[in-house]
Design a binder for this molecule. Structure first.
Ligand code: 5GP
Ligand code: SF4
Ligand code: MG
Length: 460
């Protein structure tokens, strides 16, 4: 998902709509904006894209006020339904409270059961709603203390932007799993999932919000709190590989440059003699360019992508996913015919994309097809807000690399190593004592306890 918030500007909702537009790649199922006009909260939530739902004068007129927060959704917990579309809103004893959440609370089911037993009545199946009930039932009095008390009970990933009658609160979980940045647009402050959203609304980047930091923004200005004590950060490495937009800057690194570095590392680790390097567009583009530059094999666009279909993975349901792979990519036959090609993609999850693309290249006359993947094998599900399927559907959890190669029918297949990925990020290697990133989907080293998993399946 993607979140955005703007405090203190006329027509805040229009700025939020623009910001969400820039974050559309983070979730395409639904979008929503809540504004506050000094007296009343206004919320508009819609299924589908930001464009078409939030770019008309009429839509913005429904969202008056100088402050607004927004959300683009792709579901990991809770089904695709209106009641789960954010921002979520509740009338608490302290006044209205709206929240937009990126991430996933990995003990949400556990907390929900306990809250249900104490009489809470849930209106959605979203993990985020747990937060609202924890705030509502907190034993503390001051609203901010209630919010902090609630956050101390949740585990997992959260980058949050909240709206109250007093102002805006932004918070990043203690490990900083999902990104969150701070910017300025003239007199107003902005928080957003990625720097690209600041660029697009014309704001300047101030800094990233630190892991475990809470910013309280109101008419008195901005206060920074550290309610959780000090812990070593574990930002999601997969943001760099796939999730963030290449024109964003994450943890001080250009996403585009890191992806090119990954491609270059991959060329060193998995070299192969071939005629051309072809990206699986768009997610494989920078890594393929890095691969080509390092290996001195020409980069060519051997697959043309239609821009009128969404990202395959982000649409739920295998049926739609299968179909949209075909809609999305087509072979550039004249180029590919008779050639030995290297295909570069960011990841293999179920293997659907790779299987189809390799076949497509063979149908177009490729002589040899070598597949190179810009992330290590995805062997474990994510419980922190990226929609990887469970282990039974992860190709790399079922097969070793040689069997995967034969499954996707490539001549050779290689993945970047975990240390290669860390080198691309400017690290010497992965520190096994204190890993610099969350890389659990590749290594299985989850940085938090996973209460809901052990609740349901019992101890191993
Ligand atoms: P597969 O077809 O193997 O199931 O999925 C891999 C493809 O899905 C890659 O081309 C990748 O760009 C795309 N993809 C889209 N969203 C995601 C995501 O959230 N995680 C991963 N690993 N891949 C994704
Ligand atoms: Fe990111 Fe993977 Fe960790 Fe999920 S498990 S937060 S996708 S690195
Ligand atoms: Mg892709």
């Amino acid at each position: 998902c993607g979140v955005f918030g703007v405090y203190g500007t006329e027509g805040a909702a229009a700025v939020a709509a623009l910001g969400l537009h820039a974050l559309q790649h983070r979730g395409q199922e639904a979008a929503g904006i809540t504004s506050f006009d000094g007296k009343l909260f206004h919320t508009k939530r819609e299924m589908g894209h930001v464009a078409g739902n939030f770019d008309s004068e009429d839509a913005i007129r429904q969202l008056p006020g100088h402050t607004a927060i927004g959300h683009v959704r792709y579901s990991t917990t809770g089904e695709t339904a209106m009641r789960n579309v954010q921002p979520l809103f509740a009338e608490l004893s302290s006044g209205g409270f709206a929240v937009a959440h990126n991430g996933n609370i990995s003990n949400a089911l556990h907390l929900r059961k306990a809250l249900n037993r104490r009489g809470s009545i849930f209106q959605s199946t979203s993990d985020t709603e747990v937060l609202i009930h924890l705030v509502a039932t907190s034993a503390y009095r001051p609203p901010l203390d209630r919010f902090i008390d609630a956050l101390k009970q949740v585990e997992g990933a959260y980058s949050l932007v909240c709206l109250t009658p007093e102002g805006m609160i932004a918070c990043r979980d203690p490990l900083g799993i999902r990104p969150l940045v701070l910017g300025r647009l003239e007199e107003s402050l902005i928080v957003a999932s990625e720097t690209v959203a600041l660029d697009i609304v014309g704001a300047t980047f101030i800094r990233q919000i630190d892991p475990g930091e809470m910013l309280v923004i109101n008419e008195k200005g901005m206060r920074s709190l550290r309610p959780f004590g000090d812990r070593d950060a574990r930002p999601c490495v997969f943001e760099h590989v796939y999730f963030s937009r290449p024109d964003s800057v994450l943890d001080g690194n250009s996403v585009y440059q890191v992806r090119k570095n990954i491609g270059a590392e991959l060329a060193k680790e998995g070299p192969v003699d071939a005629d051309i390097v072809i990206p699986v567009p768009d997610s494989g583009n920078p890594a393929a360019l890095g691969f080509a530059q390092e290996s001195l094999i020409p980069f060519e666009q051997g697959i043309i992508r239609s821009h009128y279909v969404g990202r395959t993975f982000i649409q739920p349901g295998q049926g739609i996913r299968d179909l949209s792979v075909k809609l999305k990519h087509n072979a550039n036959r004249g180029l590919v015919e008779g050639k030995r090609i290297i295909l570069v993609d960011d990841s293999i999850v179920r293997g659907t994309t790779s299987l189809k693309i390799v076949q497509m290249m063979r149908d177009a006359g490729a002589k040899e097809v070598h597949m190179r993947i810009a992330s290590p094998p995805t062997r474990n599900p994510c419980f922190y807000g990226v929609d990887t399927p469970d282990r039974s559907k992860l190709l790399a959890a079922q097969m070793d690399v040689e069997r995967m190669r034969s499954f996707i029918k490539a001549d050779t297949l290689a993945f970047i190593s975990v240390d290669g990925l860390y080198r691309a990020l400017g690290e010497e290697e992965r520190s096994d004592q204190k890993p610099q990133y969350c890389d659990a989907c590749f290594t299985g080293a989850y940085p938090t306890s996973l209460t809901d998993q052990s609740d349901e399946e019992g101890p191993d």
